[in-house]
Design a protein around this ligand. Structure first.
Ligand code: PLP
Length: 372
């Protein structure tokens, strides 16, 4: 059977072998971390070890890490539970941020970005001046669709000057750049295990010692009453191992950047009308968002799939309608350009041969559509 070429790490990363070992070992034991007997203490020890590991990845205190069911729940809890009077959210946030802001019932202000997807600091200042206080500013560290990085430390400084609290969604940054919660100066940082080689269905909130947080889920008061429900012990343990492995994996990012840059330069050499979205901004090293004018993203994704290559299109399909990427339209792309984008995201298992296969498939769809 032909090997699958997996270039969709921003959707989910292949789980690391070390993580599978940790998860399996945890699943072979019994114990609720809230039980006081030996089995319960064993489960508790696994959860606390993982807390220390995740905290180490972001240079935070273990006690400031709250485990959740993933990035979506983490961002929802922060945005809805930070006790803010208004929400300022960047125009390119993940849907979970926008949906949570809407659900909060609070006034929501959208911070525009440049055509490279970088938050506009002037607009941030003026929105902060008029927003109901205290505001919560939510700006992602790295974008999932085109990879742009934001100067979160500078944004947090401006937020503080206006008495606002600051949240950053670091789901796509973790494992791709080194993270320092303290140096970023944010009040809340959210993470997801499956984007860095850990299991799906587990994530975390990292919060500052004085940052308020109302639990989204009422129940037994686990996680110091910040997230109720019996902990996902195996998943959390796997997250801890994933965090450790992801830190080691940072040493591989130059190689991954080399592959991504070669992919982009070979595509540009084939076609002078291709657009590499956000390439003028600082980006995470593994992500490339490519517009092939005139060829819909879904058509491209199907073509790649037929060739055994997994990538994703920027547009999402819900209730039978294709929704054009809000990220690309926020950057000023027309809907007919935005709907012709695909996202290619590389990772620790990506090889030179994977890039060659992608470029060959891209060339074949491009030449076929241009020959008409
Ligand atoms: N935030 C960003 C930037 C993401 O890319 C994703 C996943 O696509 C999420 C949040 C949601 O994370 P999870 O899948 O763990 O709910």
């Amino acid at each position: 059977m032909k090997r699958l070429v997996y270039l969709d790490y921003n959707a989910t990363s292949p789980i690391r072998d070390e993580v599978i070992d940790t998860v399996t070992a945890a699943m072979r034991t019994v114990g609720n971390p809230s039980s006081v007997h030996a089995a319960g203490r064993d489960a508790r020890a696994r959860v606390e070890e993982a807390r220390t590991q995740v905290a180490a990845m972001v240079n935070a205190r273990p006690r400031d890490v709250v485990f959740t069911s993933g990035g979506t729940e983490a961002s929802n809890t922060v945005i809805r539970g930070a006790g803010a009077a208004s929400i300022l959210i960047s125009a390119i946030e993940h849907d979970c941020g926008f949906a949570a802001a809407k659900e909060s019932g609070l006034p929501v202000y959208v911070i525009p970005t440049s055509d490279q997807g970088v938050v506009d600091m002037g607009s941030l200042q003026s929105l902060l001046a008029k927003a109901e206080k205290p505001a919560l500013v939510s700006v992602m560290l790295a974008n999932n669709e085109m990879g742009a990085l934001q100067d979160v430390a500078a944004i947090a400084t401006v937020a503080k000057e206006h008495g606002a609290r600051m949240h950053t969604d670091a789901v796509q940054a973790a494992g791709k750049i080194s993270l320092d919660f303290k140096a970023l100066g944010v009040d809340y940082l959210t993470l997801s295990a499956h984007k860095l080689g850990g299991p799906q269905g587990v994530g975390a909130i990292v919060l500052g010692p004085t940052a308020p947080l109302k639990s989204l889920i009422a129940g037994g008061g686990q996680e110091l009453s910040r997230r109720s429900g019996t902990e996902n012990v195996a998943g959390i343990a796997g997250f801890g191992t994933g965090a450790m492995e992801a830190m080691v994996g940072l040493g591989d990012m130059d190689r991954i950047k080399g592959l991504r840059d070669r992919l982009e330069s070979e595509i540009r050499a084939i076609a002078n009308d291709v657009i590499v979205v956000g390439s003028g901004a600082e980006r995470i090293a593994n992500t490339s968002c490519l517009i092939m004018p005139g060829v819909k993203g879904e058509t491209q994704v199907m073509h790649f799939d037929l060739n055994g290559i997994c990538v994703s299109s920027g547009s999402a399909c819900s209730s039978g309608k294709v929704k054009v990427s809000h990220v690309l339209t926020a950057m000023g792309f027309a809907p007919e350009q935005a709907e012709c984008s695909i996202r290619v995201s590389l990772g620790y298992q990506t090889t030179e041969a994977d890039v060659d296969a992608f470029v060959a498939a891209w060339k074949s769809i491009y030449s076929r559509t241009r020959a008409r």
